[in-house]
Design a protein around this ligand. Structure first.
Ligand SMILES: [Mg+2]
Length: 447
């Protein structure tokens, strides 16, 4: 019996993280981590209890505060595509929804396939994946990893990428990985997926806090940490030298400039930082500048990573074509959801470039772990040189939070996308009416 999406709720949820400088970097000195959050309600019976509520699909976009209301409005514009229609269940349903949302001829003008409207489509697509995986009784990584190569290929929009990856080539990549799926899924459940942590490295943290957190990260089992750079070269040399001394020569230290530099600045800066052996430089320059990334990569010895702000599969295609990146950093909530990220995983697999996802923010670790785990089981078939970012913030607000053990992500076993935020957390942090924000109103704002 087919079930229907009966309601569509959108929430503007914000956390006052700027008060602790958590998340601060060279371009974003005072982020308030936020989620434009969508809930798809259905009349599908929820097997887990008898409260009569249907299975729900949860999804969101991550923003850093101001503008979250714009993102919420964009998500709301997609309501007619979902409400009153059958709840998506299968690869065919999920492929059709993704295509409809990204090909609406009028909404597409706001991109195309980039920016606020595209991210909104991603939130709804991801909520639909949460719903479908819950219906199947599987975590999303497993739900994906149990699909046939043909079903997986049907999820991808190959428009604009067939010059580099055809459906037949994608099928070949997936069929090659197919025989090892069961063995890798077992290993994943037993060992977890490798992680690295950015918690020590926020630009606003004092030196002693950086050193303490770097040592703690190593004691916790992480083999890679990341430091924000790009504010002041002298400060970066001092902080990187302190971090290197704290963790020793065998721990990888990645650095992240958050788009701060022009190409020549990046080359000059990295030439100075190179003796501290940074594992990669992340977002050295504009995320749209494909040839700029290639020039940074060619002009200095540190490997180049980017992707958290890359708008769509087309730009990832060109970064790979141009030999501009050593690491592809997908983000679960930047492009149009699972479907477009599947295209990017396949492109990276074709080029043999490792995918090391961006995470952190609010809920991004919860989501993206599923994509890397699926990649390991059913696409690239490898976790060599691959790590998922981990930041120890805000997980307590989720019903099925990420679990890290010994520096690795434990494979989720609960059905869905790990996306559900706790009702009390939503109520407390709704902007501007939630009590967390009402308590912060100045006397002028209260009048
Ligand atoms: Mg980054």
């Amino acid at each position: 019996m087919s079930q229907t999406v009966t309601d569509f709720e959108v929430h503007d949820i914000r956390f006052p993280t700027s008060e602790q400088l958590d998340g601060s970097d060279a371009m974003n000195p005072d982020p308030d981590y936020s989620a434009a959050y969508v809930v798809l309600r259905t009349d599908a019976p929820d097997g887990s209890d008898d409260d009569g509520a249907g299975i729900e699909g949860h999804g969101f976009c991550f923003t850093i505060g101001r503008g979250n209301e714009v993102m919420a409005a964009a998500i709301d514009a997609l309501r007619p595509y979902v409400v009153g229609r059958p709840a998506p269940r299968t690869a065919a349903d999920l492929g059709a929804l993704y295509r409809e949302l990204t090909h609406d001829s009028q909404l597409r003008w706001l991109g195309p396939e980039k920016g606020v409207m595209h991210m909104a489509a991603g939130a709804v697509v991801n909520a639909a994946w949460d719903l479908a995986a819950k219906h199947a009784g599987r975590p999303v990584w497993q739900f994906l990893a149990e699909m046939t190569p043909e079903e997986l290929v049907s999820l991808v929009d190959f428009r604009y990428i067939t010059d580099v990856l055809t459906p037949d080539e994608a099928l070949e990549i997936l069929r090659t990985a197919e025989p090892g799926r069961a063995e890798r899924a077992e290993r994943l459940r037993a060992e977890g997926y490798p992680a690295y942590t950015t918690s020590p490295g926020w630009l606003g943290y004092a030196d002693d806090k950086l050193v303490r957190l770097a040592k703690e990260a190593v004691a916790d089992g992480f083999t890679q940490i990341k430091l924000k750079v790009g504010g002041d070269l002298g400060d970066d040399v001092r902080r990187l030298s302190l971090a290197r001394e704290a963790v020793g020569p065998d721990i990888r230290i990645a650095v992240d400039a958050n788009q701060r530099w022009d190409v020549a600045d990046a080359v000059e800066w990295l030439t100075v930082l190179a003796p501290f052996d940074p594992h990669w430089i992340e977002e050295p320059t504009s995320p749209d500048d494909i040839l700029g990334h290639a020039a940074v990569r060619a002009g200095q010895p540190v490997k180049v990573a980017t992707g958290e702000h890359v708008a769509n599969r087309v730009v990832f295609k060109q970064l790979l074509q141009a030999g501009a990146v050593d690491f592809v950093q997908i983000d679960a909530a930047r492009v149009a959801g699972v479907n477009e990220n599947l295209a990017i995983l396949l492109l990276a697999a074709k080029f043999g470039v490792p995918v090391c996802p961006h995470a952190g923010g609010v809920g991004l670790c919860e989501l993206v772990q599923h994509l890397s785990m699926f990649d390991y089981v059913a696409v690239s078939g490898s976790w060599e040189n691959r790590v998922i970012e981990y930041v120890d913030h805000l997980h307590e607000h989720f019903a099925d939070p990420t679990v890290i053990e010994g520096g690795r992500y434990v494979a989720p076993s609960s059905p869905g996308f790990s996306a559900r935020m706790l009702p009390d957390s939503i109520a407390a942090h709704r902007y501007p009416e939630g009590p967390v924000w009402q308590a912060r109103r100045t006397p002028e704002e209260a009048n």
